[in-house]
Design a protein around this ligand. Structure first.
Ligand code: KG4
Ligand code: ZN
Length: 338
């Protein structure tokens, strides 16, 4: 029988307490996500201190559930992986303290994983042999990055947001439209009933040839539109505004990614991060990719938003390279990717 590697992965960087068992990098045996949405909803966003406390309550049951669903015990683990940044420091520390104690107690290696790398590796869960080089668009609540991916250890930046992250723009626009937290998925739901061409919001292309993004102008344009409509007592159609905002954001994300894929001669396009759960973005990218003959890898929505299976996948390749972390590993809230 071939040797297999079983990794327990833990992710507590924001508002999901997640634990997963991943075998040989891509076989997800369990993927437990304890969401804190209900707790944060009445505050309209994530309250960091509450997130930490919730993680403390949820971490042990989440890990136990991950092991039970995978039908293994602690003794079967080869390594323990954990997200150590970027994210909310107090939230990260809960996962880290747990993972470090467990690795020490079991005498097994500890693997420290970058949260965004985890998002990228959701693509390898979806398609373990995804064609490289790839151009990867990571769109989450805190980040918007275009990355050139040559191999497991080889990646370099192509572009990034200069202000708001795409998810942040979705969340802020959702809030001004009176939608509950988390805004992104609620805005998508409302947009389904609207006309994406009803209002023309600006697209931030930036300087010619730039692969950077900017979403603050678009966000302000929506706020100004709503404000002006209120002042002039003009009736607004919220669904039209949501659909028009979404169309503007998606158009820029898709067209810059496609242009990068062409310029960098990519063999595939990878979509990652929470906003990649958005079906307008998925469909836009899939059809634009098909037009230029490139496969677009879009993990299922559950693997796009925060989860620990993606952390286990990224950790596996670090394990193969023996990139173990010391037990002194600390949380790094602004951990850079490069
Ligand atoms: O990756 P993620 O779960 O957490 C971070 O690392 O930030 O991403 C969360 C972000 C939030 O801004 C959320 O509103 C957005 O992803 N998001 C969506 C959708 N689902 C999640 N945005 C638009 N449409 C969605 N369906
Ligand atoms: Zn994330």
């Amino acid at each position: 029988m071939e040797a297999s590697t079983t990794i327990l992965a833990i992710e507590t960087s924001c508002d999901e307490t997640a634990a997963a068992v991943v075998v040989n990098g891509t076989e997800v045996r369990s993927n437990i996500i304890a969401s804190q949405i209900a707790v944060h909803r009445r505050f309209g966003g994530v309250v960091p201190e509450i997130a930490s406390r919730q993680h403390m309550e949820a971490i042990v049951p989440a890990v136990n559930a991950a092991l039970a669903e995978a039908e293994i015990s602690f003794a079967d683990l080869d390594a323990v992986a954990v997200t150590y940044g970027p994210g909310l420091v107090g939230a990260l520390l809960v996962g880290l303290a747990y993972a470090k104690s467990l690795a020490y107690g079991l005498g097994k290696p500890l693997l420290g994983v970058h949260h965004l790398l985890g998002h990228i590796y959701a693509g390898f869960l979806q398609q373990p042999r995804l064609p490289l080089p790839a151009v990867c668009l990571v769109v989450s609540g805190g980040h918007t990055n275009l990355i050139y991916l040559e191999g497991h250890e080889k990646r370099r930046p192509i572009g990034a947001t200069r202000d708001d992250a795409a998810g942040e723009a979705f969340d802020k626009v959702a809030r001004v439209l009176g939608l509950p937290y988390p805004g992104g998925p609620e805005l998508e739901k409302l947009a389904r009933e609207g006309d994406p061409e009803a209002v023309h919001f600006p697209r931030a292309w930036l300087e010619e040839g730039s692969f950077d993004f900017s979403f603050s102008g678009l966000k302000s344009a929506v706020i100004n539109y709503l404000h002006h409509a209120r002042q002039t007592n003009r009736e607004i159609n919220r669904a039209d505004v949501a659909a028009s905002f979404q169309a503007a954001a998606v158009e820029v994300l898709v067209s810059k990614t496609i242009r990068a894929a062409k310029e960098y001669a990519a063999r595939s396009i990878l979509l990652a991060g929470g906003v990649a759960a958005n079906s307008a973005l998925r469909q836009g990218m899939l059809s634009a990719g098909a037009e230029i003959g490139l496969p677009v890898i879009c993990p299922p929505p559950l693997l796009c938003t925060d989860n620990a299976a993606m952390i286990g996948c990224a950790a596996y390749y670090q394990y193969l390279r023996r990139e173990y972390a010391p037990l002194s590993l600390n949380a790094v809230p602004n951990l850079p990717l490069y």
